[in-house]
Design a protein around this ligand. Structure first.
Ligand SMILES: Nc1ncnc2c1ncn2[C@@H]1O[C@H](COP(=O)(O)OP(=O)(O)OP(=O)(O)O)[C@@H](O)[C@H]1O
Ligand SMILES: [Mg+2]
Length: 271
């Protein structure tokens, strides 16, 4: 753990596409060991925040800092070295179908290897051991040699999590990691991520559409509405009024929430 510097620090991040302000003046910090969830209606700007952090779509203004170092404007090798510290997890798992679970996890080591070794896939014994431990940590050791495209969705997402563990990243960005999973499998996957924060000390920023899951797993919940932060609160201080405030009268997104979210909202409104 690195003194008191946040792993991720966003200062006044703004991103526009033409005249469309996707996000405006986002200020956000995530510390080592923290699991922060982004909530917000469709189109509110969650994925844009992730793209600004990873520099896939650099912000128009504002600062993105990783362990205190500025990411804006980095190019080439300097950017590659910083990106190695960021593990990405997507809704669609992004595994290579024909490779085994282990081979997919080993891909997390590529950024740590000399280019010529990476080209030939010459992984060391310690890379393999680290990757096996990562599979074990997410309960996937029994599937080590199984092809990725024969794994269930939840199993594939756990392999994707093992890959970012093997990558030894400091920060995990997970954009709707459980959007295509059933509620029970979603809990397993979020439980895996939660443990990476509490046991491995990783900083995790994760977007979700399910308010109930956010409350169950997050340390902090940051709500995005119309491209701005509506509130930033601890999970146990999230109230029905706060939840309603982000999903009602959103300019960007229509309120299209999954069943779990609606049922939670109905419960709290009635209560
Ligand atoms: N490449 C792009 N070009 C133009 N507009 C874009 C682009 N990417 C995003 N936007 C716009 O920016 C806004 C925020 O989009 P974003 O994808 O960040 O929303 P989101 O909160 O991730 O939504 P969802 O929950 O549906 O994934 C939307 O109005 C979207 O149309
Ligand atoms: Mg999105």
């Amino acid at each position: 753990m690195k003194n008191n510097t946040p792993v991720l620090s966003l200062l006044n991040i703004t991103k526009s596409y033409g005249t469309n302000h996707a996000i405006r003046n986002i200020n956000l910090q995530v510390r080592a060991g923290e699991f922060v969830v982004l909530l917000g209606p469709s189109g509110s700007g969650k994925s844009t925040i992730f793209k600004c952090i990873s520099q896939l779509a650099p912000p128009n203004s504002g600062e993105v800092r990783l362990n205190g170092s500025l990411l804006n404007g980095l190019k080439g090798n300097a950017l590659r070295l910083e990106r190695r510290k960021i593990g990405l997890i997507f809704q669609q798992f992004n595994l290579i179908a024909r490779l085994s679970a282990l081979q997919n996890v080993l891909l997390g080591r590529l950024g740590h290897m000399a280019a010529w070794k990476a080209n030939f896939g010459l992984f060391s014994k310690s890379d393999r051991q680290l990757s096996m431990r990562a599979l074990d940590q997410v309960g996937m050791l029994a599937k080590t040699y199984q092809r990725a495209d024969t794994l269930s969705g939840g199993q594939q997402q756990r392999v994707a999590i093992a890959r970012v563990v093997a990558q030894e990243s400091d920060l995990i960005l997970a954009d709707e990691p459980v959007a295509s999973l059933d509620p029970e499998t979603s809990r397993q996957v979020l439980g895996n991520l939660r443990r990476l924060a509490s046991e491995n000390g990783m900083a995790i920023l994760c977007s979700l559409h399910q308010v109930d899951l956010a409350m169950e797993f997050a340390d902090r919940i940051v709500a995005i509405k119309n491209g701005e932060i509506a509130f930033d609160t601890t999970a146990n201080q999230l109230s029905a009024a706060k939840v309603n405030s982000i999903y009602v009268n959103s300019q960007h997104g229509v309120c299209e929430q999954p069943t779990e979210t609606r049922s939670f909202r109905q419960q709290v409104i009635v209560a």
